[in-house]
Design a protein around this ligand. Structure first.
Ligand code: PLP
Length: 435
């Protein structure tokens, strides 16, 4: 029982450095958050030692009395937090992550080489929603299934539902996916349901990014329209790194062919082995926290902060994809400034602001993203309010002004030349101190 600092000082030191980095930097990555001490304690517990393939009450290993209690509690809380009636919805809390949750859900719903349609990655969709390029099938969701992505309008930045409907007529998908990784607006679930119904397709929502807002009633609930809802648990939900799959139950259905049986079998044994019980314990804790009045306040603040950030950036004359945000993120289009997302990401990194480059509507190529994605959930967890996010906008504005000067100085549009100048810049050093 030697403590980590003695058993492995190298790893202990790296963890301490990372902890300090998280503390010292302005964390604006939209998919990240700071989880609670309680969640981390559960995640780092003795539960990691236990094998429990199967489901509560039906395991392939002995000694699962407490694990059964834990998983049942976690399922109950996951349904409660989204206000779901256990007669109408069930949940599998075993997926190791959002990606595996999605692949297991697809495995449950459709057959190899069946057709799916999800939002294209350059339009804000996630890799696992069928991503492929003209030259290559990238994600297993496009390798094992056939994928025809839909897109956002190049001017509006909004999902082009008309085009999607037209293309669905030709493609006749078996699965339609809504939800995304970099989409700042609400979804028109009713429209998606209508399109899915025309083709007798399943409708799946991957609410990974905005699940915390749904839990708090700050985002329309996909459960009103979808057959299956997948999520990660570590973004706005503020839990450990994992995934969940919610499935609809239908009265009088044949259990053998129900979504419940298909999802549970797809997770184990089709896609995974033993569940990570330490993670399931941490999800259970996070679900309890997400059901609290404090969490509702948190989610409201996340949205208020995003509005404050968006307003200030727009006030500076910047262009946001879709003109604003309904959720926890904005997509900042830097093309009008003649800068790429990569350059702003790098300058931000040099001054201790963490965010990521992102494609924005109207980009000619996904290889050089024209903007950055900024999320407010992590800093809201650290107590940031609207005034703080106005200051964040001021700092981001400074990164653009400095980057424009650096670009001139570099005398080239290449990222490596830009970076060489940025690393030596006094202005960058000054801004870092300010951050
Ligand atoms: N789904 C969406 C919408 C995501 O944004 C992400 C990750 O960012 C995932 C799924 C994948 O989650 P994970 O990284 O846990 O596999």
């Amino acid at each position: 029982n030697t403590p980590l600092s003695e058993a492995d000082p190298d790893v202990a030191r790296i963890i301490e450095h990372e902890k300090y980095r998280q503390f010292a930097e302005l964390e604006l990555i939209a998919s990240e958050n700071f989880t609670s001490q309680a969640v981390m304690e559960a995640n780092g517990s003795a539960l990691t030692n236990k094998y429990s393939e199967g489901l509560p009450g039906a395991r392939y290993y002995g000694g699962n009395e407490y694990i059964d209690q834990l998983e049942t509690l976690c399922q109950k809380r996951a349904l409660e937090v989204f206000k779901l009636d256990p007669k109408e919805w069930g949940v599998n809390v075993q997926p190791y992550s959002g990606s595996t949750a999605n692949f297991a859900a697809f495995t449950a719903l459709i057959k190899p080489f069946d057709r799916l349609m999800g939002l294209d990655l350059p339009s804000g969709g996630h890799l696992t929603h069928g991503y492929q390029t003209d030259k290559k099938k990238i994600s297993s969701s496009s390798i094992y299934f056939q994928s025809m992505p839909y897109r956002v309008g190049t001017e509006s930045g909004l999902v082009d539902y008309d085009r999607l409907e037209e293309n669905a007529e030709l493609y006749r998908p078996q699965l339609l996916i809504c939800g995304a990784s970099a989409y700042p607006r609400d979804w028109d679930y009713a429209r998606m349901r209508k399109i899915a119904d025309k083709h007798n397709a399943y409708l799946l929502c991957d609410m990974a990014h905005f699940a915390g807002l749904v839990a708090a009633g700050e985002h329309e609930s996909p459960f009103n329209y979808c057959d299956i809802v997948t999520t990660t648990t570590h973004k706005t939900l503020r839990g450990p790194r994992a995934g969940m799959i919610f499935f609809r139950k239908r009265e009088g259905e044949d259990k053998k062919d129900s979504l419940e049986t298909r999802v549970n079998q797809a997770v184990f044994p089709s896609c995974q082995g033993g569940p990570h019980n330490n993670t399931i314990a941490a999800i259970a804790v996070a679900m309890k926290q997400a059901a609290s009045p404090e969490f509702v306040q948190y989610a409201k603040q996340v949205r208020a902060n995003t509005q404050a950030l968006a307003k200030k950036l727009i006030g500076y004359g910047y262009r946001l994809s879709s003109g604003g945000s309904d959720n926890h993120l904005v997509l900042w289009d830097l093309k009008p400034q003649g800068l790429t997302g990569s350059k702003i990401e790098k300058v931000c990194e040099l001054v201790n602001i963490t965010l990521n480059k992102n494609s924005v509507c109207g980009d000619k190529s996904a290889v050089t993203p024209g903007g950055v994605r900024i999320g407010t959930s992590a800093l809201t967890s650290r107590g940031f309010k609207e005034v703080d996010f106005e200051k964040v906008a001021d700092l981001l504005h400074s990164t653009v002004e400095i980057s424009l000067e650096l670009q001139k100085e570099a005398g080239s549009k290449l990222l490596k030349d830009f970076l060489a100048v940025a690393q030596k810049s006094d202005k960058v050093a000054e801004l870092q101190k300010k951050v």
